[in-house]
Design a protein around this ligand. Structure first.
Ligand code: AMP
Length: 400
């Protein structure tokens, strides 16, 4: 299939007001300082290209989940500062995302200048894809560019409403480089993977991964399952799992998938268990058949690490979503770290390695492996929905 959408390369933007939906929803600490600017850096190629072509760039993003109106805690002010530093160009923050003052600021932009609108979610209408709010935003644009992969699974005003209005006016709605890159990597992995193709799924709940397991199983050579969700598979196999996470509603699904995926699905054989859900709790390594009734599985064990790592190092395409254990606790991070290391080795040996966004991307960053992976997605929910085979509304609306 491949990526079939028009990009900014195909259009004339000089002197035009180009509305770029970016994903600047960055993590911050308690003081508001940005703790990881990967999403800002990921959008730079598109912004730089537009500036170089003499566009008048209007950037729009959300940050966090402000409910019901403006909240200084979720202001994009720190993002404007970091973006300006990374670009080497001052990008002022507009006081709002719509209205007469913002329209004036946009009209004063010169070719090659950029302006960041304040958090679009300060208007609850954004998430409702409200037509009136979309129309106000659309007034700021001659061209629409979507580079916000992390929000592309949402039909909101700034991801769906604005491009839809502009298209009805005969104006272009196209993809930025980050959106294209994300969909190229994920799409190629699914459609034309170099084999062996190995997917690794972890995290807490089976329920959240049912659709992706069903979509991936026919396509992969191996499906490795770790993390909290593995214990529901053991339970489905008739093992006792002590106090480990159990997703009761997914037991039937697990039983069925274990039959359908026989020969493909790889489950842990040993587990690092803890007495309580805390880093310093009493812990030991046991075979999965021997989890004590008063302990819970919090990481994969050394025997499992070796087997999983061997499979990964032998692969040509690796897709990873979800940690192997409670990596936030250093005493239970070894499994997740070892998988990151195996991906690093596979990459060095020529494999294409892709990490879905969210917790696994955070784990890879935190453990220091970010530069050793072929592609780390900037979108957790969006990459999962894409892998599930769902249509992403923010992509679907763009010009073919
Ligand atoms: P998810 O959002 O479903 O990808 O889950 C990520 C979360 O799963 C992380 O916060 C991990 O700490 C958690 N997790 C992974 N393994 C386990 C486990 N064995 N028991 C409890 N939580 C886990």
């Amino acid at each position: 299939m491949g990526f079939s959408k028009q990009t900014i390369d195909g259009i004339d933007v000089a002197g035009k007001r180009v509305f770029v939906r970016v994903e600047f929803n960055v993590p911050q600490d308690d003081t508001g300082a940005i703790t990881d600017d990967r999403r800002i850096r990921a959008a730079l190629p598109t912004i730089k290209a537009l500036i170089a072509k003499g566009a008048r760039v209007v950037l729009a993003s959300h940050l966090g989940r402000p409910k019901g109106g403006p909240n200084p805690k979720y202001s994009l002010a720190p993002v404007a500062v970091r973006l300006s530093a990374l670009l080497g160009l001052s990008v002022p923050l507009a006081p709002e995302s719509i209205g007469a003052d913002v329209e004036k600021l946009v009209s004063e932009l010169q070719n090659g200048q950029a302006l960041l609108l304040e958090n679009v979610r300060f208007h609850p209408e954004e998430e409702k894809n409200d037509p009136a709010y979309s129309a106000e935003l659309a007034k700021l644009a001659d061209v629409y560019v979507d580079d916000a992969f992390g929000t592309s699974h949402r039909a909101h005003a700034s991801t769906a409403g604005v491009p839809s209005i502009l298209k009805s006016e005969g104006k272009p709605a196209v993809a930025g480089y980050l959106l294209k890159k994300e969909l190229d990597y994920l799409g190629n992995a699914l459609d034309v993977p170099k084999r062996p193709f190995v997917a690794i799924l972890g995290g807490a709940k089976v329920k959240d991964k049912i659709a992706v397991i069903e979509a991936l199983l026919p396509k992969v050579d191996k499906l490795i399952i770790g993390g909290g969700m593995a214990y529901t598979f053991y339970k489905a196999n008739g093992l006792e799992i002590g106090q480990s996470l159990l997703d009761e509603t997914s037991l039937d699904f697990c039983r069925r998938v274990l039959v359908e995926g026989a020969g493909k699905i790889e489950l842990p054989s040993d587990s690092v268990v803890g007495k309580d859900f805390s880093n310093d709790t009493e812990r030991k390594t046991v075979k999965v058949a021997n989890i004590p009734s008063d302990f819970q599985g919090l990481d994969i064990g050394p025997e499992t690490i070796e087997r999983f790592s061997g499979i990964i190092k032998n692969a040509q395409t690796v897709l990873w979503n979800g940690p192997m254990g409670v990596f936030e606790f250093s005493n239970f991070a070894a499994g997740t770290r070892a998988i990151a290391e195996a991906l690093k080795e596979a990459t060095a040996a020529g494999a294409t390695t892709i990490v879905g966004g969210g917790d696994s991307a955070a784990a890879v960053e935190q453990l220091g492996f970010a530069d050793d992976i072929t592609h780390i997605s900037t979108g957790g929910g969006a990459s999962l929905e894409f892998l599930e085979g769902k249509v992403l509304p923010g992509v679907d609306i763009l010009n073919d």
